[in-house]
Design a protein around this ligand. Structure first.
Ligand code: EPZ
Length: 421
């Protein structure tokens, strides 16, 4: 088991280039199944979740080749429509292959993706939407057996919740469905727009991505061609490094980050007393020399609200802010598992259901802590940068799911961060 060792209370200063977005690369990798041509994905981050997706593609008969920060995928010889239980369990979001496989092959069998550390991760919205498009889906013995005997046919799908994954799955299935599909109450996250841009580059006809109403005009499956595409910057990784600077009275420039994707979070940094500017190709943050202020309330919401993935990270940042901040986690049932670990580092946080009350403390102290999940682990790294002494963080493999060597990025900004085997 690998661990991170971070020596705290060093001001983080400097510039780093942000990685490509995990939550855009994953649906785009699934979308590669839709074309028989080669796709070159630039700025595709070397993350363990991305590796898990390439293992699924390879198991389906696709060829994947890493070429520096690009990944080249050739799905011409796809010969399978089944994703094993082992591969499905490696990454919960592999349900995102469902829509693409139905679009390309008209069938697929995959095992029910497990729940995860954030609580039950139902897929009812995915399944009901795909059934409305004409898929026959049987759930038996933990597997989903999916067929489209009459092909997929476009229709109006109204999502009861703007689920990111369900929106992506419908887009992937609808690209080659007969006729027009309208997604009402669609997710509006920037990653949805990135997927739509990629699919359009391949010849799909999609309008309205980024709004609550997406219209997809089905095209002939054979007309979808390959392309070269650059994955959008990872907005949550950007929040992580901005938070590490803010909590250490630092000053950083995150090259390649897009402030438009993060307005709700930038607003919180500003309320906390930081100067944050977007200029050129990146985001600049200079923390307040008077220390951080609490910001009242942070409530997680679908985009463009405050992103749930930033909740743990910004909470860690505000553990040293003067005053009290209330966090309300409205998206996931169980997304406060980082709280106990932050309290071990001296934070003053109490939780009740989906509410966490964070009262600022003057200092955090190092401790041996365990990453509870991907973003909870990133939150511990942020806190460790400001804690007195040396913090050791275990379960680093959970952090590696979404960060391309978080310790190197923090070290480039002046943190004393190392990985120990
Ligand atoms: C995506 O997950 C992201 N993952 C998550 O990031 C992110 O937290 C989430 O969107 C919200 O922004 C990827 O993109 C790979 P949802 P997804 O469907 O698609 C409920 C990270 O840390 N729901 O929008 O699974 C669900 O239980 C990860 O990078 C249903 O009830 O999110 C949850 O409460 C974590 N039925 C809420 O909707 C469904 O069929 C949001 O889920 C689907 C979802």
């Amino acid at each position: 088991m690998q661990r991170l060792k971070i020596e705290g209370s060093k001001r983080l200063c400097g510039e780093i280039e942000i990685q490509g977005a995990k939550n855009s690369a994953l649906p785009i990798l699934s979308a590669c199944v839709l074309t028989r041509d080669e796709v070159s994905l630039k700025r595709c981050p070397p993350l363990s979740d991305v590796y898990a997706a390439t293992r699924i593609l390879s198991a389906l008969g696709c060829k994947c080749k890493r070429n520096g920060d690009s990944l080249v995928i050739d799905s011409s010889s796809i010969d399978g429509a089944e994703i094993s239980d082992e591969l499905m369990r490696r990454m919960r979001s592999s349900i995102i292959f469902l829509g693409a496989l139905l679009g390309r092959l008209g069938e697929c069998t995959l095992s029910f993706p497990g729940g995860c550390e954030l609580g039950p991760r139902p897929i009812d919205l995915h399944l009901s939407a795909l059934r409305q498009l004409g898929a026959q889906i049987e759930e038996e013995h933990g597997s989903l057996i999916c067929r489209c005997p009459k092909g997929l046919r476009g229709t109006l799908v109204n999502l009861s919740f703007p689920s990111v994954g369900a929106t992506e799955n419908i887009m992937l299935a609808a690209c080659t469905a007969k006729g027009e599909t309208i997604i009402s109450n669609a997710a509006r996250e920037p990653e949805i727009c990135d997927l739509a841009n990629f699919l359009t580059e391949c010849g799909a006809r999609i309008k309205g991505a980024g709004t609550q109403r997406i219209v997809i005009e089905g095209v002939n499956a054979g007309s979808l061609h390959g392309c070269e595409y650059t994955v959008m910057p990872d907005r949550i990784a950007a929040v992580t490094y901005l938070s590490a600077a803010a909590i250490t009275d630092g000053e950083v420039f995150i090259k390649g980050a897009n402030g438009t994707d993060l307005e709700a979070v930038i607003n919180v940094f500003r309320q906390a007393g930081c100067s944050v500017y977007e200029y050129g190709e990146g985001i600049y943050l200079n923390s307040s020399d008077k220390g951080l202020k609490s910001v009242g309330m942070v409530r997680t919401q679908p985009y463009p609200g405050f992103p749930t993935d930033a909740q743990a990270i910004v909470m860690a940042c505000l553990t040293k802010a003067r005053g009290t901040t209330i966090f309300v986690e409205d998206i996931f049932e169980n997304r406060f598992r980082h709280v106990d670990e932050l309290v071990r580092m001296g934070a003053n946080i109490t939780t009740e259901g989906r509410v966490a009350v964070v009262s600022g403390v003057r200092r955090l102290s190092s401790a041996a802590v365990f990453a509870p999940d991907l973003r909870g682990g990133a939150a511990l790294c942020v806190a460790a940068c400001a804690a007195q002494g040396e913090t050791v963080i275990s379960n680093v493999e959970l952090i590696d799911r979404g960060y391309d060597s978080i310790e190197n990025a923090l070290a480039k900004l002046g943190a004393k961060a190392n990985r120990i085997k």
